[in-house]
Design a protein around this ligand. Structure first.
Ligand SMILES: Cc1cc2nc3c(=O)[nH]c(=O)nc-3n(C[C@H](O)[C@H](O)[C@H](O)COP(=O)(O)OP(=O)(O)OC[C@H]3O[C@@H](n4cnc5c(N)ncnc54)[C@H](O)[C@@H]3O)c2cc1C
Length: 483
């Protein structure tokens, strides 16, 4: 189908890339393309970007603008009225974009599409961020999957395979709309206090950096992925999540890069293991699409009656990495310092918050939202509900991680803990995951005074586990209404 028309607005959103960008490819069938980014403060409300994501977005927009030969027009405000202004000003007759799938975005985009069409403009939207459209994958009886394995194995892997990635447009004519361009700085995405300098040391946003990351991952890391992915002190995972979230790398590029790598490589197990993690990404988006309340409501309604504790100074201690449990504190400090946290540790700090501190999972989700560079409404909501036991296909509530045993298993030398909790660095391995159990002489040799240089444990792990199980018992036998 030819979408040829004179002038087109390409509305960039979570697809900040030139390669494998279906909307951009279609826009480039017209003679002139106006690339536009509109920072939407009006609709996002609770889903407005957190601080770390704002930093990432700022850097990504700079990279995208460079890749577009400085022709990106950046505005903030209500997208429909901004698009109408841009259309009137440029004389463009068409708007294209890649679809976004958060519930508020779906509502907004439907409204915009209808309105623009009624006003006589041509509008096309494309799939640039999911391997399978959420409405395509249904059980044989036409219902929605609620369990990951059948969703992925029976639903996704037997559906038509994901399309191949597209090339960058050839000889595009991009044009800035200088009179209306407010510029990236006008969005004021960076806070006045430079708390993000350690995040900036760790990450390089942008499409080019994403490709370099991907290449390095395929060359050095993926083969050991099944084992190394659980060890937080290793660089054992791809660290591609923020690039995927902002669309600097497309999921189709990643999927096919792994398949191509797989065909020249015998480690099928590693490739399959990695691809199934991309399946979890699909599953999160699928759940959010079919259950739009996922960020705010327990998927399993039994949990509406759970006896959560009120958020108090314990929440603050968790956020600051001052719980007195080393692997938890290391994770929370990694989050604050780098805008990221290793997946295994995300599960541990989540379990600790929800079960040992018995604080509502939404407190955890909100803090992650603020601090993560990969904060993603679908993955964050689904994962927090998974950890809490209230989600679809969730970890059972009674599976309460013991952070000491988990630390000993996945950080046996204490490397991860020592890196983020340097005040514990001289503690012998035998006590690195439970300093409270160390004899005073050992603590003193390591230069540690509990309560002064490192906190006493916020709660007793055994007792708090017991209380969590009792609270769960109280809701366990209630009939569970369908979500
Ligand atoms: C409490 C909690 C909150 C989380 N919040 C987020 C979030 O806001 N944004 C986010 O992208 N991920 C989130 N995750 C999932 C997972 O921790 C991250 O995707 C992963 O750590 C990113 O690192 P990576 O790119 O190195 O992952 P890899 O192991 O290299 O995996 C490759 C990709 O697969 C996807 N993926 C992997 N695991 C999951 C998962 N469990 N659910 C959904 N997608 C997955 C990601 O896109 C990831 O980039 C959360 C997990 C937990 C337990």
């Amino acid at each position: 189908m030819s979408l040829a028309t004179d002038k087109t607005l390409m509305w960039f959103r979570q697809d900040l890339r030139i390669y494998d960008n279906p909307a951009l490819v279609s826009a480039c069938l017209s003679s002139t393309v106006f690339p536009v980014y509109i920072y939407d403060r009006s609709h996002a409300t609770d889903s407005a970007l957190g601080g770390a994501s704002q930093w990432w977005l700022q850097q990504s927009l700079l990279a995208l603008n460079k890749a577009l030969n400085h022709s990106l027009t950046v505005l903030s405000g209500e997208p429909l009225s901004q698009l109408l202004t841009l259309l009137a000003h440029t004389g463009a007759t068409q708007v294209v974009w890649n679809r976004s799938y958060e519930p508020w975005q779906i509502q907004r985009d439907k409204h915009i599409k209808t309105h623009l069409k009624q006003a006589g403009y041509t509008v096309h939207s494309f799939n640039g961020s999911l391997l399978w459209e959420p409405w395509q994958i249904l059980t044989k009886t036409g219902t929605v999957y609620k369990v990951f394995t059948p969703f992925y194995r029976k639903g996704c892997l037997t559906a038509p395979p994901p399309r191949l990635p597209l090339d960058a447009p050839k000889n595009p004519v991009y044009q800035a709309i200088a009179e209306l361009n407010q510029g990236i700085d006008s969005l004021a995405l960076l806070p006045k206090i430079n708390w993000y300098h350690t995040i900036a040391q760790r990450w390089e946003p942008g499409e080019q950096a994403a490709q370099q990351h991907l290449a390095a991952f395929l060359e050095h890391t993926i083969q050991q992925y099944p084992q190394a992915r659980n060890i937080p002190s290793l660089n054992g995972t791809s660290s591609l999540s923020p690039y995927l979230h902002f669309g600097e790398l497309s999921i189709h590029q990643l999927w096919h890069a792994v398949l191509t790598h797989a065909s020249s490589n015998s480690e099928d197990n590693a490739n399959d293991c990695f691809l199934s993690e991309l399946g979890w990404r699909e599953f999160s988006h699928y759940l959010l699409y079919h259950f739009p309340d996922l960020p705010s409501q327990n998927f399993n309604k039994k949990f509406n009656d759970f006896a959560w504790c009120p958020a108090d100074e314990k929440l603050r201690a968790w956020q600051r990495g001052q719980t007195g449990v080393p692997i938890i504190d290391a994770g929370m400090r990694e989050l604050w310092q780098t805008g990221f946290m290793h997946n295994r540790v995300r599960m541990l700090v989540g379990s600790y918050l929800v079960k040992n501190l018995r604080l509502h999972w939404q407190h955890g989700a909100a803090w992650f939202w603020e601090c993560l560079v990969d904060a993603d409404l679908a993955a964050n909501s689904a994962s927090w509900q998974w950890v809490a036991g209230s989600g679809a296909d969730a970890a059972p509530f009674f599976r309460i991680f013991n952070p000491v045993l988990q630390g000993e298993k996945f950080d046996p030398e204490g490397d991860y803990v020592r890196h983020y909790c340097p005040e514990l660095q001289h503690l012998p391995n035998a006590f690195i995951h439970q300093p409270w159990a160390a004899p005073l002489s050992i603590l003193s040799q390591a230069g540690i005074t509990l309560g002064q240089t490192y906190p006493y444990p916020l709660v007793d792990l055994k007792l708090s586990r017991q209380h969590a199980l009792e609270a769960y018992q109280a809701i366990k036998n209630k009939p569970s209404p369908e979500p």
